[in-house]
Design a protein around this ligand. Structure first.
Ligand code: PMP
Length: 404
């Protein structure tokens, strides 16, 4: 059982007001709020050990390097990677996918195929389109049903010896669907394809186990798991990271530079050109400690309660339709109210202190599938409460009355 009252004390922002009303923050799928330990770790870094890493002989540089590398080890443990050099610090999920897709742009050739799904965020579509344009490979898409679940029998028919990569989201940001990625990965491997899993929406709710999943790549963002913005992780199997070319050139990623030829550093440095987000990388480790302190099993159980409660309460509203009714789902509720534009609801509930996201959620193909311009999305975190859901429901009802 989580002590939500105590947990909320860890997040100073949750006690602020917005438009004269207590803040109800239901935009957690866009970014999570930060606990005090994260804020303090950022301050502590800059006040005590700020220096560039991997470069200096001086004490501060050594301390900063040690803290950065300790964080890498912590993240390795968290995702259960075999080697710490399989953990690459990035600027976020988007960066991680671009790094991998850009590499595949040089490995793929005409006749090859890349499979994505109908549930992807734009950041797991567009980089693969770039890779296909560059290489002449073809992009194929696993379709979904009206519940927002992928149709796996269609996936079976798409897979062939032409399939070189399957790039798939673990959990949909727009609908909350949890994909059966283990099954998807096993099937991809059966035809010899590599799999990249977009874990941006999964990592706030689930502790990923990359050895158990056996995926080639797993990417996620720090800011969605209570860490700083501009941080993220790319996990890659050693052999695959060695196969991919470097993404950015510069300091840190080289072994030797001459004007004739440059050789590259070993993993993980080959993919970490330039001065990284040092404090961000260190503090991401603190954010992961914080979440593990609460416990992912506790988080998932409580968020399921919020999802069930929120779904039942919202469905009391006349004309409200929920998009995404998959059996396996996280605490994301995407909905619309008949004849009202989602944006208008979003603006009114904001005036009542409730932060939701409205629009296409960077998943335009999902909106096209449902033939809607967008949805209102309420996404719950472990620090939210049922009382806040009641406030959302009243705010939506008020908006509906005003707009009808
Ligand atoms: N994939 C999914 C499923 C997401 O939800 C997001 C963020 N909304 C991203 C990718 C991109 O993450 P970021 O903007 O942190 O790079």
């Amino acid at each position: 059982m989580l002590d939500i009252k105590a947990i909320r004390q860890d997040f100073p922002i949750l006690s602020r007001e917005v438009n004269g009303k207590p803040l109800v923050y239901f935009d957690n799928a866009a970014t999570a709020q930060k606990p005090k330990v994260v804020e303090e770790a950022i301050k502590n870094y800059y006040e005590t050990i700020n220096a560039n890493i991997h470069r200096g002989v001086h004490t501060l540089s050594q301390l900063a390097t040690d803290a950065y590398e300790e964080s890498r080890l912590k993240i390795q443990q968290h995702v259960n990677a075999k080697h710490s050099h399989e953990i690459i610090f990035t600027a976020g999920t988007t960066f991680g996918i671009n790094l991998v897709a850009n590499g595949f742009g040089t490995l793929l050739k005409e006749g090859d195929e890349v499979i994505v799904s109908a549930l992807e965020h734009h950041s797991n579509i567009v980089p693969w389109q770039f890779a296909c344009e560059r290489s002449g490979a073809k992009l194929r898409v696993i379709p979904m049903n009206l519940e927002g679940e992928l149709i796996l029998s269609e996936y079976d028919t798409l897979l062939s010896e032409k399939t070189k990569v399957v790039a798939i989201t673990h959990i949909s940001n727009a609908l909350g669907t949890i994909n059966p990625i283990k099954e998807i990965i096993i099937k991809a491997h059966a035809v010899g394809a590599a799999v990249l899993v977009d874990g941006a929406q999964a990592t706030p709710h689930i502790k990923p186990d990359v050895i158990d999943l056996d995926c080639e790549f797993y990417v996620f963002s720090g800011h969605k798991i209570c860490g700083p913005t501009g941080t993220g992780i790319l996990y890659g199997k050693e052999e695959w990271l060695n196969k991919l070319p470097p993404y950015q050139g510069g300091g840190e990623m080289i072994k030797q530079v001459t004007f004739e030829k440059t050789t590259y550093a070993c993993l993980p440095h080959k993919f970490e050109a330039g001065t990284p987000n040092i404090s961000g990388g260190i503090v991401l480790g603190h954010a992961i400690d914080y979440l593990n302190g609460i416990g992912f099993d506790n988080i998932a159980a409580y968020e399921k309660e919020l999802l069930d409660y929120g779904t039942a309460r919202l469905l009391e509203i006349d004309g409200l339709k929920i998009y995404g009714t998959a059996k396996e789902k996280t605490s994301v509720i995407s909905f619309n109210i008949a004849n009202i534009h989602p944006y208008d609801i979003g603006v009114i509930v904001d005036k009542l202190g409730v932060a939701v996201r409205t629009g296409h959620h960077c998943t335009q193909p999902i909106m096209d599938f449902f033939e809607i311009p967008g949805t209102i999305r309420a996404s719950f975190s472990f620090y939210n409460t049922k009382e806040e859901i009641d406030i959302l429901v009243e705010a939506v009802k008020k908006a509906q009355t005003m707009l009808s």
